[in-house]
Design a protein around this ligand. Structure first.
Ligand SMILES: Nc1ncnc2c1ncn2[C@@H]1O[C@H](COP(=O)(O)OP(=O)(O)OP(=O)(O)O)[C@@H](O)[C@H]1O
Length: 292
């Protein structure tokens, strides 16, 4: 079992901006969702974990080793799946993986071949190994991305905005692949999409303005909201009133009629109770934080 332990991590950039503020997390094998809006500090945290920048204070341990000092250890055990990675034209899937494997330090040719074949089969691309990666569909590129991230048998995999731009079928296939992998390694999924966390993660944290606002199992966080989410159809001109007087966590149009959902400990008059969803957890936590 792998363990990533982050304790009271702070990061202040040179311009004085405090991007991480007292982050503590304890992450084990499985899919961990790091959920937050743009600018929340997700990339700052990821870059600090993988040793691309040093924290101002605090500690990060991976399998009991201090990786703030020993960045080589985490780099050796890391797979990274960026949202979009540049691929050279005219290079086929096999050759590109071979090239990346060499960069990752897998010097033995036979060993590289075994790994590449194993991984291309795992992501269902072995039959496409002679095709140029840049001509792959979005879903195939993503699956190729998983294969390259898994080269060298990493114990921790960081995935950035995993399903952006995928159609539902590709998204499902990709999600199944990720969740299979995560039984043996830590997969950290950094995203602003509640949907990805809901589908994939057994543990999650909500981050904003460099701080952790809430952590736990999605199911339990949803349960905490039982009896606290309400909705109502309203007229357009009433919206401002409700926004001032209640904690509005979402609004949508249903058959052209605005409907608002609010977080409230008491039953607000005229509202109907709503079964809580992870979206409600996310937006209620963010709105409480924004009103501070
Ligand atoms: N090198 C830097 N110097 C100063 N400020 C920075 C630097 N890098 C990031 N920031 C600021 O830190 C904050 C957090 O940025 P970060 O990229 O970590 O957020 P994020 O959650 O990953 O957002 P996104 O999803 O948009 O990438 C932002 O306000 C950003 O402008």
């Amino acid at each position: 079992m792998n363990r990533l332990k982050i304790d009271n991590l702070n990061l202040t950039y040179k311009n004085g901006y405090k991007a991480l503020n007292g982050i503590s997390l304890d992450i084990k094998n499985g899919m961990f969702g790091l959920l937050g809006p743009n600018g929340a500090g997700k990339s700052s945290l990821m870059k600090t974990i993988v040793g691309l920048q040093k924290p101002t204070s605090g500690s990060i341990e991976f399998n009991d080793l201090d990786i703030v000092e020993k960045t080589d250890y985490i780099k050796k055990n890391l797979g990274f799946l960026p949202q979009d990675f540049g691929v050279y034209p005219h290079v086929n899937a096999y050759d590109l993986l071979n090239h990346i494997a060499i960069l990752k330090g897998i010097t033995n040719k036979a060993e590289r071949h075994i790994q590449i074949q194993f991984l291309l089969e795992k992501v269902n691309l072995w039959n496409f190994r002679d095709r140029e990666v840049h001509a792959f569909s979005g879903g195939m590129k993503r699956r190729f991305g998983v294969a390259q991230a898994l080269l060298g048998n990493p114990q921790i995999i960081i995935v950035d905005e995993p399903t952006a731009g995928l159609d539902p079928e590709e998204r499902n296939r990709f999600n199944t692949l990720l969740s299979n992998i995560s039984s043996e390694v830590i997969v950290i999924l950094s995203t602003h999409l509640v949907e990805d966390v809901k589908n994939l993660c057994s543990e999650m944290t909500i981050i904003n303005k460099g701080q952790i606002l809430k952590s736990g199992k999605p199911k339990e966080l949803i349960q905490e909201l039982n009896g606290k989410v309400w909705s109502k159809s309203i007229d357009n001109d009433e919206l401002a009133f409700y926004q001032t007087n209640l904690n509005v966590i979402s609004q949508q149009l249903i058959e052209r009629q605005p409907q608002i959902t609010v977080y409230s400990l008491e039953h607000p008059e005229g509202f109907a109770p709503v079964e809580p969803l992870l979206e409600h957890v996310y937006f209620s936590v963010l709105s409480q934080n924004n009103s501070l």
